[in-house]
Design a protein around this ligand. Structure first.
Ligand code: GLU
Length: 505
């Protein structure tokens, strides 16, 4: 590679919510930029006004803010290569279209949509190319006068790229190696439309990458078929020397592994395919997001980083900084990556474990408060410490932990049937006496004294503990019994014990 400064870009079209695959593309661009001391540019490709969706741009910016993926320049970030929104760059493109026309590398075509449609039904697999362009209505088949008079009349036209047949087009891809295709299979793509005076994606994309000094184009596999055309465009403009290096990332596949991941897969299996919740302004439909579903941004980043790339070691947990160090674009796979959403849940669980009890407690405290409970933070931290290894999301804590804060009002029938034996009331009353005598109510001390008592009485430890749990929790769940009683303290433990005896007898 040359000495060129690394400059990469993420260039979404604001056509709706950003798909999770787009998030991964941006992440890989970010990692690549950071590890090479380069720049990451945020460009909005909105030349197709038909597909513009209001709010999409803001959504995308907010998503990356949440994920902690920072851009160096671009829409809303400033920079010296702006404007970064293609709709604000309209005046720039015409000159480049004219350059290709003057050099004979592009031509003007007047074929109407109806005429093209007619050709398509007449000729199987019709494509506008070296084989067919001689029979179409364009500046190659018409006289100069005809063309000029049509244009003077305001007839709509498009500018098409003139692909020369019989050439090998080489695309050098950092992931796929050298891909060679025959230029004959390419069609003469439309680069510009007189109807809206706007370039198409292909032209604007190439011109902007060039003007913004982009060194590497890292994007999804769905853009691979466009790459040969892009190579030819660079050559046609005389920019081959500064052509960016390509890297086409593997497709994200359905969890089952066959076919491209779609929003429907998320609806079907119950996982989000968008970073943030999305309210479709046209249909009013609401789609779930990773943020609102309770994922940590770090977990989402970690999960996505490993979908299509692997470090070559067993390590799975990576902070963003560690990813910057470990990431290697040449280690990305060519094969599609199965979107194993269960693995995403696993990552969230790992981040719950990894984060301090204090941090989780700060997220959990509002839930506790919303349930009308006024507990000091240390008590919430303590509960989190006892319970966090059992949940994948903070929102799962309350149903599992509410008994720490609220005494059972009733007792689960099934558990009563199974665990509350004939002598349980009497044994629990004895246990109450044992506990009442304790001056030290620490977990260790309780355990020591209660076990000694159980042994001296010849009771079955399991029976005693099951009844004890039922009395304090109301059902058969929860962490170690003495963890619970130590947390509740002597007074509350005895109160719950005695109430259970009274009600269950
Ligand atoms: N605007 C294209 C998109 O929506 C950009 C493709 C590219 O990165 O070249 O993904």
């Amino acid at each position: 590679m040359s000495e060129r400064k690394v400059r990469v870009r993420f260039a979404p079209s604001p056509t709706g919510a950003l798909h999770i695959g787009g998030v991964r593309t941006a992440l890989y661009n970010y990692l690549f930029a950071r590890q090479h001391g380069g720049d990451l540019v945020f460009r909005i490709e909105d030349t197709d006004s038909q597909r513009f969706v209001p709010g999409a741009e803001e959504y995308i910016i907010e998503a990356f803010r949440w994920l902690g993926i920072k851009f160096d320049e671009g829409v809303s970030f400033g920079g010296e290569y702006g404007p970064y929104r293609q709709s604000e760059r309209k005046h720039i493109y015409k000159k480049y279209v004219d350059q290709l026309l003057n050099d004979g590398k592009a031509y003007i075509a007047f074929d109407t949509p109806e005429e093209l449609e007619a050709k398509r039904s007449e000729i199987q697999n019709f494509q506008y190319d070296a084989q067919t362009r001689g029979k179409m209505r364009n500046s190659l088949t018409m006289t100069r006068e005809e063309v000029e008079s049509l244009m003077a009349d305001g007839t709509q036209y498009v500018v098409r790229f003139k692909v020369e047949p019989g050439e090998d087009v080489h695309v050098n891809d950092l992931i796929r190696g050298e891909v060679v295709i025959k230029s004959d299979i390419l069609d003469d793509k439309v680069l510009y439309k007189s109807a809206d005076h706007l370039p198409t994606y292909h032209l604007a994309n190439i011109v902007d990458d060039h003007l913004m000094c982009i060194s590497h184009v890292i994007r999804g596999e769905e853009w691979l078929p466009s790459a040969p055309l892009h190579v030819l465009l660079y050559e046609a403009f005389g920019w081959a020397d500064t052509m960016p290096q390509f890297a086409h990332l593997p497709l994200l596949l359905k969890p089952e592994g066959k076919g491209k991941l779609s929003k429907r897969d998320g609806d079907r299996l119950g996982f989000p395919v968008f970073p943030l919740e999305w309210h479709d302004p046209k249909t009013g439909e609401v789609s779930s997001g990773y943020r609102e579903s309770g994922y940590f941004p770090e977990a989402v980043v970690n999960f996505l980083a490993l979908l299509g790339w692997n470090p070559g070691t067993e390590q799975e947990l990576f902070s963003l900084d560690e990813l910057v160090k470990a990431f290697d674009i040449s280690r990305c796979s060519k094969a599609g990556a199965k979107f194993d959403y269960q693995k995403g849940i696993w990552f969230n669980h790992e981040y719950i474990l990894h984060k301090s009890n204090e941090e989780i407690a700060h997220l959990f405290a509002p839930v506790v408060a919303n349930n009308g409970i006024d507990e000091p933070m240390e008590r919430i931290i303590q509960v989190v410490g006892l319970m966090k290894d059992r949940v994948n999301f903070v929102k799962e804590l309350w149903p599992l932990c509410s008994f720490f804060f609220i005494a059972p009002l009733s007792y689960d029938e099934k558990t009563v049937k199974k665990r509350w034996k004939e002598n349980s009331a009497q044994v629990m009353a004895e246990l109450g006496d044992v506990l009442e005598r304790l001056t030290d109510f620490s977990l260790e001390h309780q355990e020591h004294e209660v076990l000694a008592w159980v042994e001296s009485k010849g009771y079955r430890l399991g029976d005693v503990m099951n009844a004890f749990r039922l009395a304090l929790v109301g059902e058969g769940k929860g962490p170690g019994m003495f963890d619970i009683s130590a947390f509740l303290g002597k007074e509350e433990t005895l109160r719950r014990l005695r109430r259970a005896i009274e009600i269950l007898k």
